[in-house]
Design a binder for this molecule. Structure first.
Ligand SMILES: C[S@@+](CC[C@H](N)C(=O)[O-])C[C@H]1O[C@@H](n2cnc3c(N)ncnc32)[C@H](O)[C@@H]1O
Length: 275
């Protein structure tokens, strides 16, 4: 498989990860054991896009390079990449094969069994890196990670990449009809479809992209949270009423009906990106 080509931002992200993991294992030294879960572990080889074609060490290698070492590592990756990753890591780290496993398949399906297999380590400091491409992770998976640790211990520490800048393009939010498959995927990631209210409000010029982003930055990952976008006392009366009607429809109609509703009300070009 051809190496994946990466921009500088990816390298910076991985540098930050490497630095953080070293701080994590240093801080957790007294615990004696640490667990690392990499839900989107990547391909065996990656090269920079800066013309120099440098090899970039991905998250799995950064984790295995960490000093003091992480004790137990699980790398989740799709079937198409998993075997290559396992072969590459086994060749490069022959002394660590007892510490790590590459788990093939969709991590949303494989995480529960892996966590069950790590139940006797549910007291140990655990770090999960969710370096998804767009919106592959499901809220249920995040909940399982959060519940993994024994009561009375700190929860699984979790870093989730949420490339919010890519979402408007994926949704085709400037076009008449949004891409419902992307919307469904986002709902599975957020664990709630409340964000659709904000999206529709942006498309109707009731909310600017910046306001929507601010609202969702604080609420996006809180299931069943209700962004209070319609309580804005500054909204003129007719907009307030329209917003109330819209909210009712969004909450009480299935997705297909919501879309029709949204299309009928779509006006103007004020649907600025929420990225
Ligand atoms: C952004 S890349 C991750 C890069 C990786 N962290 C690294 O540093 O090399 C996302 C990876 O997730 C994998 N992937 C996508 N969906 C997945 C899923 N549902 N379960 C497991 N892996 C998945 C892709 O094959 C891809 O290699």
């Amino acid at each position: 498989m051809a190496p994946r080509s990466w921009g500088w931002w990816t390298e910076q992200k991985l540098d930050i990860l490497g630095d953080y993991l070293a701080a994590f294992t240093t801080a957790c030294k007294r615990a004696g054991q640490t667990v690392y879960l990499d839900l989107f572990a990547g391909q065996p080889d990656n090269v920079s896009r800066d013309g120099a074609e440098r090899v970039i060490r991905g998250s799995a290698r950064r984790a295995l390079d960490t000093q003091p070492p992480l004790s137990v590592l699980r790398f989740f990756e799709l079937d198409s990449n998993a075997k290559g990753l396992r072969i590459a890591l086994t060749g490069e780290y022959p002394g660590r094969v007892a510490d790590f496993e590459v788990v093939p398949g969709n991590c949303n399906l494989t995480v529960p069994a892996v966590l069950a297999g790590l139940a006797d380590l549910n007291w140990a400091p655990t770090f999960a890196f969710l370096d998804q491409q767009s919106t592959e992770v499901r809220w249920a998976t995040i909940e399982q990670l959060a519940r993994h640790k024994r009561p009375g211990t700190t929860k699984t520490e979790l870093w989730l990449l949420c490339a919010s800048g890519l979402l408007p393009r994926g949704l085709r939010m400037r076009t008449e009809e949004i891409d419902t498959s992307v919307a469904e995927q986002m709902t599975k990631m957020f664990g709630t479809d409340i964000w659709l209210e904000g999206l529709t409000a942006v498309r109707q010029n009731l909310l600017t992209g910046t306001q929507f982003r601010r609202t969702h930055e604080s609420h996006a990952l809180a299931p069943r949270a209700r962004p209070r976008i319609y309580d804005d006392p500054g909204l003129p009366g007719h907009q307030y009423q329209r917003a109330r009607d819209l909210r009712h429809d969004l909450r009480h109609r299935p997705l297909g009906r919501r879309e029709n509703h949204d299309r009928a009300l779509l006006q103007g070009d004020g649907a600025d990106s929420f990225a």
